[in-house]
Design a protein around this ligand. Structure first.
Ligand code: ZN
Length: 232
C-alpha cells in the first residue's frame, strides 16, 4: 500500500510555488446569471461546472489555479481582475447565446422556452486593450487549436456583420475574435482570454455541454492549450 502511494505521488506533477498561477473566472453571478439555455438552465451553472473541471485539469498539469466568482456574488467585473492580479494568465469561462432575432420558441416540460439551433461551437475572445495582447492571442490560438484537436469546432458567427456581433477575427482557424471592450479582458493586468465554450440556446449543443464527459474533454483540451502558451 505504501509502495503504491509512493508510485502514485511520483506519477502526478505537483504544483509548486514556481508554477504559473492561472485565474479561472466563473462568468456571471446569481442576480444576473447570463444566458438562459434552450431548456431554461442559467449560464452561470454551466460556467461553474466547466470552471471546476478546468481547475482540476490545470492542476493535473502542475499549474496553480485560483477560481474566481464561483460563489455567484461577484457583480463588479473589475473586482474579478483585481482578485487575479498576481496570476500569470486570466481565463474567463462563459457559454454562448445568439442575437435575439434568431431565437424561436418551443415547448419543453410544459413551459415555453427560447432556442436557436442555427449556431453551435466555441468562440474565444481577446482585447487589443489588454497589456499583453501578444500572449493573450497566443493563448487563445493555442486553446482553440487544442479544442479543435479534441474534436470541437469554432462557432464563427460572432464575426457576422450585424448589430451585436461584428467581432473581427484575430485567428479564424482557431475561432479567435477581437472584442476590445470586454471588461475582464482589458482590466486584466496579465494575458487574458474569454472562452464561450458552446452555444447553450442550441438544443443539441446544450445537451452535450451539460454532460460531465464533455466538460472533462473541454477542460482537458483547454488546460493543454493554456500550458502550451505559458512559459515554463
Ligand atoms: Zn456569459
Amino acid at each position: 500500500m505504501r509502495a503504491l502511494a509512493a508510485v502514485f505521488c511520483w506519477a502526478l506533477p505537483v504544483a509548486t510555488a514556481a508554477a504559473p498561477l492561472v485565474a479561472v473566472d466563473v462568468g456571471h453571478y446569481e442576480t444576473e446569471p447570463g444566458a438562459t439555455s434552450a431548456r431554461g438552465r442559467p449560464e452561470l451553472e454551466f460556467n461553474r461546472a466547466l470552471a471546476a473541471a478546468l481547475a482540476g485539469a490545470l492542476e493535473e498539469r502542475g499549474l496553480r489555479v485560483r477560481v474566481i466568482g464561483a460563489d455567484g456574488r461577484m457583480a463588479v467585473l473589475s473586482r474579478r481582475t483585481a482578485a487575479a492580479r498576481d496570476a500569470r494568465f486570466f481565463l474567463s469561462i462563459h457559454h454562448d447565446s445568439v442575437q435575439p432575432h434568431y431565437l424561436e420558441e418551443w415547448e419543453h416540460e410544459g413551459g415555453r422556452r427560447r432556442f436557436s439551433d442555427r449556431f453551435a461551437g466555441f468562440s474565444l475572445f481577446v482585447s487589443r486593450r489588454n497589456p499583453e495582447l501578444e500572449r493573450s492571442l497566443a493563448c487563445a490560438s493555442s486553446i482553440g487549436a487544442a479544442l479543435r484537436a479534441a474534436g470541437f469546432a469554432p462557432s464563427l458567427y460572432h464575426a457576422e456583420p450585424i448589430a451585436g456581433e461584428s467581432k473581427p477575427f484575430a485567428d479564424r482557424a482557431n475561432g479567435v475574435h477581437y472584442y476590445d471592450n470586454l471588461v475582464v479582458l482589458h482590466t486584466a493586468t496579465q494575458a487574458a482570454v474569454l472562452l464561450e465554450a458552446g452555444v447553450i440556446v442550441n438544443r443539441a449543443d446544450e445537451t452535450t455541454l451539460r454532460a460531465p464527459a464533455t466538460q472533462r474533454a473541454i477542460a482537458a483540451a483547454v488546460a493543454e492549450g493554456v500550458q502550451r502558451c505559458l512559459p515554463a
